[in-house]
Design a protein around this ligand. Structure first.
Ligand code: FES
Length: 474
């Protein structure tokens, strides 16, 4: 299951780690998450569901869906997709929601920290925001629960289109490294923000290594990204049904293939790019199905996939996943112009993986907890925090950036991060002559990125969000 040869990536595996899974010995490499290491060992079923004891595997691989939770070293409900495997670790499945008593190490120390700008999320928006605010002299702390900084960039091996200012022509993996190098000294990884109080400015509650910390911040930039959408079909909860981002994480970060043969659902840019990356990793892609009557992604990506012999079926949807414990096949069906299934058009594929690339929704939980006004904006992926063009939300001193502020792409996320940071810099009184100039250029750059037909939906969505914000201020 581990990739040994890849046309673009080389995987420098570190020392061998020994751990146990349900009492049996297993090996992993240092730097792998528990879920990745188990997958590499061919273990897809991590736990069982509460009511029907259905098998559960991972889905998102970035700590957002909770389907990978296991008991680790006596601590229940550990998200194994963002927890690194360690020597001697004891990993156990959880069954039917029964949690064993907590027997992990007890820690009661609570520390206090202060910063001018707290950034939640170390993806492209968060890192760019942090680097910008720091450049103007603000103290900054970035918090992210993943073991790697860079968000979705760490797995994007394709070259970026778009803005030359935001590194078009560079691979996402490289952009992540560049941004992290600039921000490393003020990034805290494997830490989660679990609470927010705004009785004295912004007080955040963090959990890091099992201990609590209180962080006082004058400004907060929330760049929590997005979660992958699920699709309704029979057996959609079987291990082997993975989000496209999870598949990218497994392959491009850990060098582990998700399976031997894959059906891709969704012919937008993500579905097409991940299909090509699967082929590069030596995985068979039996086809790409797309419910719309046309391909949604760039034709350059579709052409690359087709040249490799992968058929793209439009007006087609997935009907069901086959299998008892994990995916052993998939059945698709053609759709008529009213989205109804056309009887007799069912087609069976022998696959062990179904990859869903059917869109993203903004991760808005933190905004909800903080009391930000939320609006349903379909053009931005659904529920979205209401914010101004300066990226400030309805909670004073709290800003949104990137996919958390409405689904876009990495270039616009980085630009929104920069705009949010410049807004913080101004509000903190740290502006220089350069701030105004950089601010103007950033607004213009963002406008250009969203011009043209591919930016149209996001542009319309943002206009609606800004209009709601304006109404609230009248
Ligand atoms: S939270 Fe671990 S797979 Fe989603």
């Amino acid at each position: 299951m581990r990739i040994t040869e890849h046309p673009l990536l080389s995987f420098q595996r570190k020392r061998v780690i020994h751990f146990t899974f349900n009492g049996g010995p297993l090996e992993a490499y240092e730097g792998e998450t528990i879920a990745a290491a188990l997958h590499a060992a061919g273990i897809k079923v991590l736990s069982r569901s509460i009511t029907y004891s259905r098998p559960r595997g991972f889905f998102c691989a970035i700590g957002k869906c909770a389907s990978c939770m296991m008991n680790v070293n006596g601590v229940p409900n550990v998200k194994t997709c963002v927890t690194l495997v360690e020597e001697g670790m004891v990993v156990e499945s959880q069954h039917k929601g029964v949690l064993k008593p907590f027997t992990g190490p007890k820690k009661s120390h609570i520390s206090h920290m202060k910063t001018q700008v707290a950034v939640i999320g170390a993806g492209p928006a968060g890192l760019n925001a942090a680097v910008t605010a720091h450049a103007y002299g603000a103290s900054v702390l970035v918090i992210d629960e993943n073991p790697h900084a860079g968000g979705q960039l760490v797995k994007q091996t394709h070259k970026f289109f778009g803005s030359s200012r935001e590194r078009a022509g560079t691979r996402g993996t490289e952009i992540a490294k560049i941004l992290y190098r600039e921000a490393e000294s003020f990034v805290m990884l494997q830490a989660a923000v679990v609470g927010h109080y705004n009785d004295r400015g912004h007080r955040l509650v963090l959990v890091k290594d099992g201990t609590l910390a209180e962080l006082e911040a004058e400004k907060v930039i929330v760049a929590t990204g997005a979660s992958e959408n699920m699709l309704l079909f029979e057996n959609n909860d079987l291990p082997g049904v993975y989000g496209a981002g999870a598949v990218q994480t497994l392959m491009n970060v850990y060098g582990i293939v998700p399976g031997n043969s894959v059906l891709m659902v969704g012919a937008g840019n993500v579905g097409l790019i991940v299909s090509y990356q699967l082929l590069q990793a030596g995985v068979k892609v039996v086809g790409v199905v797309e419910a719309l009557p046309r391909i949604g992604g760039y034709h350059v990506h579709a052409a690359k996939v087709r040249r490799c012999g992968v058929p793209i079926y439009t007006s087609t949807s997935i009907l069901k996943a086959l299998g008892e414990e994990y995916v052993t096949g998939a059945v698709t069906v053609s759709l008529d112009k009213d989205w109804n299934h056309i009887p007799g058009t069912e087609r069976k594929f022998d696959v062990d993986t179904i990859c869903l690339a059917v869109g993203l929704s903004p991760s808005i939980e933190f905004f909800c907890q903080a009391g930000c006004r939320i609006a349903h904006i379909p053009e931005l992926g659904g529920n979205t925090p209401v914010h101004s063009p300066a990226m400030e939300t309805t909670v004073k001193g709290m800003y949104a950036a990137g996919d958390a502020a409405g689904i876009g792409e990495a270039n616009t996320a980085m630009m929104e991060g920069k705009i949010a940071a410049l807004s913080c810099v101004k509000a903190l009184g740290l502006s220089t002559l350069e701030t105004e100039k950089e601010s103007k250029e950033s607004y213009e750059e963002l406008r250009l990125l969203r011009s043209g037909s591919f930016g149209e939906r996001a542009r319309q969505g943002k206009e609606r969000v800004f209009a709601i914000m304006e109404e609230l201020h009248e």
